[in-house]
Design a protein around this ligand. Sequence first.
Ligand SMILES: Nc1ncnc2c1ncn2[C@@H]1O[C@H](COP(=O)(O)OP(=O)(O)OP(=O)(O)O)[C@@H](O)[C@H]1O
Length: 246
Amino acid sequence: MEKLEVINLSHSFGFKQILKDINFRLEKAEVVSIVGPSGGGKTTLLHLCANLLLLEEGKIDNSFSSSAFAFQEARLLPWKNVLDNISLGLLAKKIKKEKALELAKEIALKFGLEEEDFYKFPKDLSGGMKQRVSFARALVVKPSLLFLDEPFSALDIGLKKELQTLLINTIEEEQLSILFITHDLMEAIKLSDEILLLKAEPVGHFVKSFKIKTPRAQRDEAFIYEQTARLLNDKYIINTFELELR
Ligand SMILES: Nc1ncnc2c1ncn2[C@@H]1O[C@H](COP(=O)(O)OP(=O)(O)OP(=O)(O)O)[C@@H](O)[C@H]1O
């Protein structure tokens, strides 16, 4: 069974310790969200898990066969058009150009891009279109593990909802697993099997885990509001986000 297991992870930048004694596990077809206030070390932890940052202390056991990323900003290659940006990962996997373009077109349409957008360059795309391309590029390679760093935070509510629904369908249809960083509790409740609360002070550490057993397909607006209200009353959430001060 594919899994990502983090054991006793700690990390410092210079003399400043950012993360301390982090432990968690992400299994196949599961979504684990890491939620916490800005500056708590969420991105650092994601980068360590994704091997984008050198692990200093602890252990990361990642047996997923493949992975992909989507970030807050789309990070497209400015000199490549939409289809070429989407097919990058396929070409890296030695898939023939013709086949790669065919798969790129198929997923671009699924992610709400139109044929007239296919040959546009990133500078001619709106922020929302760029994020559609970013998701298409990440998922076209059918990764078994997806790393998401606040990919919805700059999007309007309509597009956010649309991309989240596409993602939820992919989790169920393709057994996709996701490690998801967000500071948005509603988003975490909508997508996750488990929410890990990361507190920044004095050093980034997990203070609580919330499991959500209700199937994603049954999480309607009422469920999400109700759960958000429940979490906002949780003393660990209040303390971690310093809500009593606002
Ligand atoms: N390369 C780096 N060198 C030194 N310090 C860093 C580096 N990257 C991050 N930090 C520091 O580590 C801390 C945690 O940053 P990180 O980006 O992981 O937090 P975060 O929870 O993801 O915040 P946000 O939600 O604002 O993105 C911050 O104090 C940040 O300044």
